[in-house]
Design a protein around this ligand. Structure first.
Ligand SMILES: C[S@@+](CC[C@H](N)C(=O)[O-])C[C@H]1O[C@@H](n2cnc3c(N)ncnc32)[C@H](O)[C@@H]1O
Length: 397
C-alpha cells in the first residue's frame, strides 16, 4: 500500500464507510464503482472496514429481533464487491465475530457462507497455481504472517532470500508454522499437557472425553483393523485399545514420541504396529501393500487444512474398507467461532467431493476451560469456543 494517501482517497474511504454504516444501498453501490469494499479510513481513531461498520451499526438484536433487509443487503453488496470475510478490526474482531456478539444470526450465516465460498475458491486457485504473480513480490509482513508458502512465489533472487529469511525467522519463533520444523523440535511432556519448543500446547488432557468418543464412534465392535495417525499423549490410542482391535496401527513422526511409546510399552502390545515417520512417507507404502482398514483416525500437529484434505482425498479413500469409518480431530479455527464454522463446512464439502458422507455430533467442552489455569505457560489457548463438532465419515452409498 502506498505510504501517501491523498485527501480524495481519505474522503472516498469515509464516504464508503459512512454509506455502509447507514445501510444506504444506493450510495454504496455508486461509491463502490470508485473505491474498494475494503477501504480503511487512516484518519479514524478506531479503524473499521465497511463490513464491520455495516454490522456494528445494526446494534444488538433484542428479543430475537434482528436487523432489517437493508442491513442484510448492505452486507451482501459488500461481500459481492470483495469485502474480506475474515478481516480484523483494531479490537481483533472479524465481521463475523461482531455479528455473533450482537446476536445478528442471519448476517452471521451470510458471512459464514461467504467465508466458505472464499476458502473453496482460494484452495482451487492454489491447486491450479493461480494467484501467484509473475511480477516481483513486495515483502509484506502481513502476507508472510498468513502465507508462509510465499517462499514458492516467483521473485528475484534478492527478494527471495529476504522472504526465505523472514519465513525461517518466523518458524524459529514458532515451530508449529512448519510441520518438519515441529518434528525436529524439542517436546516437553508435563502432567496433563504436551508442549512443543515454542510453548504451543500440542495436546491437553481436557480432550479425553472427545478422544474416547472418537474411538467409540469409529470402532463399533471388537476385532477390527484400526489406524491412528498422531500418538501425542496416547489418549486416543488408549481408548482404541479398550475396543479390542485386531490390528492397531499407529503412525507417529516425532522421535521423542517414539521414545515415549517405547517407555510405555506400546511396541510390546501384541496387536499394535508402530510406523515411525511422517504419514506423508508411510501411507504411500501401505497403499502399495494393499492394506485395508476398518477405521482411520487423524490428529496431527503443525499441519494445515490442505494436509487434512490431502490425507482423506488421497489416502483414506485408498485404505478404508467399503463399510469403514474415518474420523479426524476437528480443531481447525477453534480459537474463533466464525473460522470454526467456515472450516467445518468447507471440510464437509470437500469430504463429499472425495466420496464421503459426514455426520456431526456436538460435544460440550468442559465448563471452565476458557481462561482457566490449564493454559498457563502455553503460547495461546487454541480452543475458545463451547462446542466441539465431532465428525464421523463413511463412504457415500
Ligand atoms: C495432537 S497430537 C495427537 C494427540 C492424540 N490424539 C492423543 O490422543 O493424545 C499430534 C501428534 O501428531 C504427531 N505428528 C505431527 N505431524 C505428523 C506427521 N506429519 N506424521 C505423523 N505424525 C505427526 C505429533 O508428533 C503428535 O504426537
Amino acid at each position: 500500500m502506498a505510504d501517501q494517501v491523498s485527501e480524495e482517497d481519505v474522503l472516498l474511504a469515509k464516504r464508503i464507510i459512512s454509506a455502509a454504516e447507514r445501510h444506504d444501498l444506493l450510495a454504496l453501490k455508486v461509491l463502490l464503482k470508485e473505491g474498494s469494499a475494503n477501504v480503511m479510513d487512516p484518519t479514524a481513531t478506531t479503524a473499521t472496514s465497511p463490513l464491520h461498520a455495516a454490522i456494528l451499526s445494526c446494534g444488538e438484536a433484542k428479543d430475537g429481533k434482528e436487523a432489517g433487509d437493508d442491513a442484510y443487503q448492505t452486507v451482501n453488496v459488500l461481500l459481492q464487491n470483495g469485502a474480506i470475510w475474515n478481516d480484523l478490526n483494531k479490537e481483533d474482531e472479524t465481521p463475523g465475530c461482531v455479528a455473533l456478539r450482537l446476536g445478528q444470526r442471519k448476517i452471521y450465516e451470510n458471512i459464514v457462507e461467504a467465508g466458505v465460498r472464499a476458502e473453496l475458491l482460494f484452495a482451487k486457485m492454489q491447486a491450479l497455481g493461480l494467484g501467484d504473480d509473475d511480477e516481483e513480490e513486495e515483502v509484506d509482513e502481513e502476507v508472510l504472517e498468513e502465507q508462509p508458502a510465499v517462499k514458492k512465489q516467483k521473485v528475484d533472487e534478492e527478494t527471495a532470500q529476504a522472504v526465505t529469511e523472514a519465513v525461517e525467522e518466523q518458524v524459529l519463533d514458532d515451530v508449529s508454522k512448519d510441520n518438519k520444523a515441529y518434528l525436529r523440535s524439542q517436546l516437553r511432556y508435563k502432567p496433563g499437557i504436551l508442549l512443543d519448543e515454542s510453548d504451543n500446547a500440542v495436546m491437553m488432557d481436557w480432550e479425553t472425553e472427545i478422544m474416547q468418543r472418537h474411538a467409540q464412534t469409529l470402532i463399533p465392535k471388537a476385532g477390527l483393523k484400526v489406524m491412528n495417525v498422531g500418538h501425542g499423549m496416547g489418549i486416543v490410542d488408549t481408548a482404541i485399545q479398550t475396543h479390542e482391535p485386531a490390528e492397531h496401527h499407529i503412525i507417529e513422526g516425532h522421535p521423542q514420541v517414539h521414545q515415549r511409546l517405547r517407555e510405555q510399552g506400546w511396541y510390546d502390545k501384541p496387536n499394535v504396529i508402530i510406523h515411525e515417520g511422517r504419514w506423508q512417507d508411510i501411507l504411500p507404502k501401505l497403499v502399495e501393500q494393499g492394506v485395508v482398514l476398518d477405521a482411520i483416525y487423524y490428529d496431527t500437529f503443525a499441519e494445515d487444512y490442505a494436509a487434512l484434505k490431502e490425507f482423506f482425498s488421497e489416502y483414506v479413500v485408498a485404505l478404508l474398507a467399503p463399510e469403514g469409518k474415518f474420523g479426524w480431530y476437528n480443531g481447525l479455527g477453534a480459537d474463533r467461532q466464525v473460522c470454526y464454522d467456515v472450516y467445518t463446512k468447507v471440510s464437509e464439502i470437500d469430504l463429499h467431493e472425495a466420496g464421503f458422507d459426514t455426520k456431526w455430533e456436538d460435544i460440550k467442552v468442559p465448563a471452565g476451560l476458557h481462561g482457566s489455569k490449564q493454559w498457563d505457560g502455553t503460547r495461546r489457548p487454541y480452543w475458545t469456543i463451547d462446542l466441539y463438532k465431532l465428525p464421523v465419515n463413511t463412504f457415500v452409498k
